[in-house]
Design a binder for this molecule. Structure first.
Ligand code: GCU
Length: 421
């Protein structure tokens, strides 16, 4: 009798049928802690936004340390005007964001040669080393830790033979043809994605206790570190004359979409924020308990999940989502009044496509208080139809991924909100 009960306790209760979604009540992003209702931009900016920010910080991603006093060192390792048959200039930077005593990251940048003025730029992290994002033979192979999928057999070193292995996810040429620059860094350069990865990343390098740090509740975790990395990329781009860093879109797929949303929330220099299939911990409403849940993602069930992504408190809401004092709409509302795009995929029930849409729907009142139309619809669109105004949304047919259809929608949206031409 005991055994089946024990087994039950380890099986995460997730929902994959809409009819099983429990009734839930979302907190109102426009009601201040003291009960005041936000009806103007001033109150949002000065009172409520800082409160919403703190709720996301304390309960999900933790506090990012201020590194603005540290002096970055930027070197160009390689540059050529001949990328993509002469359409783009490729620059490969090596950056020591906290000085040469700390670790470095390698940034790949493509800028369209045809641009008549500094080009707007898409800024995003990649999963498997820069050389996996393109067939371009000149792109360097990462030297930091990579996961098994990208490693030479039996090692944690990136496999040079996997050049272009993620190229389908990176429409550099499409963007170049449309006048956009693209910058990417392998996310493991900031922090290797495993529970001990922080010891070899920037979190240890920045912490006074280094690799001996005992992380406390409220301090940053891996997603916070990747988001910090996106801002360090923007620091470098601000100094590149051929790029207009005031028109920068931060984007990311899946766990990197969570990081992109958090980067957009923390760093208002990003003019446009994109979440691709970010799901739980990203755009999807947790209180729906649909697909991946707080308990699953935060490592509540032994042997599953990603406890190193979040600050400790997030896990305490496992199976207690009704007690969360926030939800995904708070994270999305932190992009306001800037343009935001949320994208789902029809077969990606783990990321809860409808929950991602509803996250955007419930961020809308914040956009409206700030004088923006936002998503301006509550109607779930059919697949392949992009909807929205300041906030865009589409559901692409197919699996969890970021593909040409997604990129076309991001570029179309960018043509409106940060046009290249
Ligand atoms: C897992 C995880 C998701 C995450 C995804 C990814 O599926 O459960 O939360 O978004 O990995 O990053 O690909």
């Amino acid at each position: 009798m005991l055994l089946p009960l024990l087994l039950l306790a380890t099986i995460p209760p997730t929902i994959s049928e809409e009819s099983k979604v429990p009734p839930y009540t979302l907190p109102d992003p426009l009601v201040c802690a003291d009960g005041r209702k936000v009806t103007d931009a001033k109150t949002w900016n000065e009172v409520r936004r800082p409160e919403v920010f703190r709720l996301v910080e304390e309960n999900m991603f933790g506090r990012t340390p201020d590194t603005s006093k540290l002096q970055a060192v930027v070197e160009i390792r390689e540059q050529s005007k001949d990328a993509f048959g002469g359409k783009a200039t490729r620059t490969q930077f090596k950056v020591w964001p906290i000085g040469k005593k700390g670790p470095s990251f390698d940034m790949l940048l493509y800028v369209p040669n045809a641009a008549k003025r500094p080009a707007p730029v898409f800024v995003g992290l990649n999963f498997g080393s820069n050389h996996t994002t393109t067939e371009d033979p000149a792109v360097f192979v990462a030297t930091s830790w990579v996961s098994k999928q990208w490693a030479l057999k039996g090692t944690t070193q990136a496999d040079p033979a996997l050049r272009g292995g993620q190229a389908r996810r990176w429409e550099f040429e499409t963007l170049i043809d449309r006048g956009y620059a693209s910058a990417t860094v392998y996310y493991g350069d900031f922090e290797p994605d495993h529970p001990e990865g922080w010891k070899n990343g920037f979190r240890a390098a920045i912490s006074p206790d280094g690799a001996n740090t005992q992380w406390k509740d409220g301090e940053w975790a891996a997603i916070g570190c990747w988001a910090w990395g996106l801002s360090r990329m923007l620091d470098v781009l601000e100094k590149v004359p051929s790029v207009d860093a005031k028109r920068a879109a931060v984007h990311g797929h899946s766990r990197l979409g969570k990081a992109s949303l958090w980067a957009g929330a923390q760093d208002q220099r990003f003019a446009f924020v994109i979440s691709n299939n970010s799901g739980c911990g990203g755009a999807a409403l947790n209180k729906r308990i649909f697909g991946e849940t707080v308990g699953v993602i935060s490592g509540h069930y032994k042997g599953r999940g990603f406890p190193h992504w979040f600050t400790a408190r997030f896990e305490t809401f496992s199976e207690k989502e009704d007690q969360l004092p926030l939800d995904a709409h708070y994270l999305l509302a932190l992009a306001a009044p800037r343009p935001l795009y949320v994208a789902s995929a029809s077969e990606d029930s783990w990321a809860d496509p409808l929950g991602e849409f509803l996250g955007a729907v419930h961020a809308d009142p914040v956009y409206q208080v700030l004088g923006q139309p936002g998503l301006a619809t509550k109607e779930y669109p059919p697949v392949s139809k992009s909807v929205g105004q300041t906030v865009g949304y589409h559901i692409r047919p197919g699996a969890h991924d970021i593909l040409l259809e997604d990129w076309k929608n991001y570029a179309d949206f960018a043509d409106r909100v940060m046009p290249a031409k």
